[in-house]
Design a protein around this ligand. Structure first.
Ligand code: IPM
Ligand code: MG
Length: 360
């Protein structure tokens, strides 16, 4: 019997509620297809700070590093807003990305046919949208040095450094071209090469890597235009490749197309084990304990574990199908409630998806 260890970093706010449902779905898949999933919990974010005075304790990092994949809920709570930056829950996210070398962030933005009317855009513009955003996650202005705030010329002065090594661009470009090969073979690389030197190297390097993937049609787009095109005509995109900061912004923009943040999963991959999987939404501390948040983003993140870490493509599809069937059957959580449909709580949504997994 195949056996896998998954570390579960539920985090803060509603993180535990959504990871509980994802674990439930994975267990159901395991029972059905005779796969043994072991789950090991660990603290991250504000709850880790409360116990260890650091948002990313060594113990958590060790558990994560020794596992085959990491499932993360979400971090953050307003009660930590007054902490110094290095102790804030968000810092744990940046820390674990760097520690596990999770340089490739995959953020799919899919519009489900049942939910097109929930999108803020017109149905004819969004329907059928299926974009994969590949965001570089361990470089760029997020991690560049020098950085800081100091006094220069008798006033405060702040600076960060946008920078990429060619090797960092090459490795993320390979991921993007491979993902494009498995989809519709269209890759749009997004940069700001009309202004930034970093982007000129980015564009040149992506073009060089593209020679190894002659079947993939490569286009380039400036980030300001990409922001506009995403809402004007999202269906033109198949795979988008971009750097850390542009990817942060564009992936949030793309996420609203689907109608709810509660639907969108993500995977953060490295060259080695383990990868990390998380919903793209935050910890929503105001909704904690109310059993109303949508677990679908985390359940789909768990599905991505099966595909990208364990190569269990069939079982991945089984979860995605179960989610689609659940939506088709008319079940909704609060964030995607529609008249004539049945609104259910977080745990009920998880249970129904488990039922659909078993029915397959
Ligand atoms: C994200 C978030 C993080 C980021 C924050 C919380 C540090 O916005 O995962 O997109 O900027 O990467
Ligand atoms: Mg973000």
């Amino acid at each position: 019997m195949k056996s896998y260890n998954i570390s579960v970093l539920a985090g803060d706010g509603t993180g535990k509620e959504v990871t509980d449902e994802a674990v439930k779905v994975l267990k159901t898949v395991g029972e059905k297809y005779s796969i043994n999933f072991n789950f090991e919990p660990a603290l991250i974010g504000g709850c880790a700070y409360d116990k260890y005075k650091t948002p990313l304790p060594d113990e958590t990092l060790n558990i994560a590093k020794q596992s085959d994949a990491v499932l993360l809920g979400a971090v953050g709570d307003w009660k930590y807003d007054s902490l110094p930056p290095e102790l804030r829950p968000e810092r744990a996210l940046l820390g674990i990305r760097k520690e596990l070398n999770l340089f490739a962030n995959l953020r799919p933005a899919v519009v489900y046919p049942e939910l097109t009317s929930l999108s803020p855009l017109k149905e004819n513009i969004v329907s059928g949208t299926d974009i994969m955003i590949i965001r570089e996650l361990t470089g760029d202005v997020y991690f560049g040095t020098p950085k800081g705030i100091e006094v220069r010329n008798s006033e405060k002065y702040a600076f960060n450094n946008m920078c990429y090594y060619e090797s960092e661009i090459i490795r993320i470009a390979h991921v993007a071209f491979k993902v494009a090969m498995a989809r519709n073979k269209k890759l749009c690389s997004v940069d700001k090469a009309n202004v930034l030197d970093v982007s000129r190297l980015w564009r040149e390097t992506v073009a060089m890597v593209s020679k190894e993937y002659p079947e993939v049609e490569l286009t380039n787009m400036y980030v300001d235009n990409a922001a506009m095109q995403l809402i004007k005509n999202p269906k033109q995109f198949d795979v988008i490749l971009t750097g850390n900061i542009f990817g942060d912004i564009l992936s949030d923009e793309a996420s609203v197309l689907s109608g709810s943040l509660g639907l969108l999963p993500s995977a953060s991959l490295s060259d080695s084990k383990p990868a990390m999987y998380e919903p793209i939404h935050g910890s929503a501390p105001d909704l904690k304990g109310k059993n109303i948040v949508n677990p679908i983003a985390t359940i789909l993140s768990a599905a991505m574990i099966l595909k990208y870490s364990f190569n269990l493509n069939f079982e991945h599809d089984c979860i995605v199908d179960a989610v689609r069937k659940t939506l088709k059957a008319g079940f909704r959580t609060n964030d995607i409630a529609q008249t004539g449909m049945v609104t259910v709580g977080t745990d009920k949504m998880g249970n129904i998806i488990c039922d659909k997994v078993l029915q397959d």
